[in-house]
Every structure is written in C-alpha cells, then in structure tokens.
Design a protein around this ligand. Structure first.
Ligand code: SF4
Length: 217
C-alpha cells in the first residue's frame, strides 16, 4: 500500500495545490453549521439569506429562533440549526464579551480546536473548518468524501468521519494537510464516488487496495 505522503503528492500533481482563502471566523463557523446535512448549494443560499436578513451577528443572537429559522429554511433542518446558531452565538458572547473569535488566532491549532468543540453544537468537522478556512491552521476536516476515500485507499479503517479526521491529523504531515483535504474532496466528487466509483479511470488504481472489492465502473 502506498504511503499517505505519496498519495498526497500524487493528488497535488493531479488536482494542484489550492490557495488558501481565509474567511472571517464567525462567518465560517455559522456557514459550516448551516452546511450540516445539506448540499453546498443550499447551505450557501441559507447563509446569504441569513446575512441579508440580519446586518450583524449581534442581531442574530438577539433574534427570535423563528426569525432565524425563516431566514435559513432553504438550508434544511431550520429548527435545529436556528437553535444551534443562537446558542453558539450567545455562548461566544458570554465567553469573549463580544461576538468575535479573534482570540483564537493567537492559539495553537489544538487549543483552538478544544475551544471550538467545547461549544454546544460544534463538532470536530465544524471546528476543523474554522481552523482551516478562517484561522489558516493546518488541519483536515473530514467530510463524507474525505472519510470514504481515505478508507478506500487504506489510510484508515474507521466507521465515522470524526475518527477518520482524528487519525488523518496524526498521519498526514502539516505541510500536506490543506491540499490533501481539498484534493480528497475533489477526488471523491469526480472519481471515487460513493456509488460506483470510477476505478477503471482512476489515476490511483494501481495503488488502491479497494480495486475489485468495491462495485465500480
Ligand atoms: S481505485 Fe476506485 S476505490 Fe480506489 S481511489 Fe480510485 S476510484 Fe476510489
């Protein structure tokens, strides 16, 4: 089986080394909560509507749950997400004295991760997204693509994305993490699909232990 570093290099050669574009920590946090259990398209729409409806996060924190719900409805699970968002905002305001996660920029990745996952409703993937896409830290948020492709390629043998994320954090060198995460998602979307992966056309097929095991095309 090929090493994680070798596959990371091959993925970078195929899909490139993505540039980091950092968002505002509060925006990335809320956008990631909205992305839970829905498509990127719908969560992006929900986020835009929330921002259009409320001029700042203070107004969201003070709003009625029903108003938040109405704004984010298109993103799915509006009731659960509206309550979660309001609770997270209030907790951050209580801890920080304001609605800002700017203090996390000075912290090490592990410390910032612990802080974020201590917020009710913020799981390991959401926390890692804030680290990667707002704070510029090296980490691997494991979504369904990262989890599936990593298991098929034999990097991990896990049942949940959270466990996959934990193991990949240990196995992948920091300098590869950002590109590895983005490129595994690209590979999962284009080739290593959930149903009928395109193994016959996959550039990693000679290195993949899953060829012939998974039903592919
Ligand atoms: S060979 Fe098939 S299972 Fe392996 S990474 Fe490629 S598409 Fe996925």
């Amino acid at each position: 089986m090929a090493s994680v570093s070798r596959i990371a290099s091959l993925l970078e050669r195929k899909y490139g080394k993505p540039q980091r574009r950092l968002g505002k920590p509060m925006d990335v946090l809320i956008e990631t909560i909205l992305s839970q259990n829905t498509t990127d398209k719908n969560s992006s729409r929900a986020f835009k509507r929330l921002k259009a409806r409320f001029p700042d996060w203070e107004r969201v924190a003070s709003a009625r749950v029903a108003s938040i719900e109405a704004a984010i409805r298109i993103g799915g699970l509006p009731n659960i997400k509206a309550k979660r968002i309001k609770k997270v905002l209030r907790e951050i305001r209580k801890r920080e004295g304001k609605l800002s996660l700017g203090s996390l920029k000075q912290k090490q990745a592990g410390e910032a991760f612990t802080y974020l996952t201590s917020l009710d409703g913020v799981g390991p993937k959401t926390a890692a997204c804030v680290l990667a896409f707002a704070l510029g830290k090296d980490t691997i948020p494991a979504d369904t693509h990262v989890h599936r492709v990593s298991n098929r390629l034999g990097f991990v043998k896990t049942k949940t994305p959270a466990k996959t994320q934990q193991l990949l954090e240990e196995k992948v060198q920091n300098r590869h993490k950002h590109a590895f995460h983005i490129n595994l998602i690209a590979h999962g979307r284009t080739t290593c699909k959930a149903i009928k992966p395109r193994c016959s056309r996959c550039f990693l097929k000679k290195l993949c232990p899953q060829v012939g095991v998974t039903k592919s095309v």
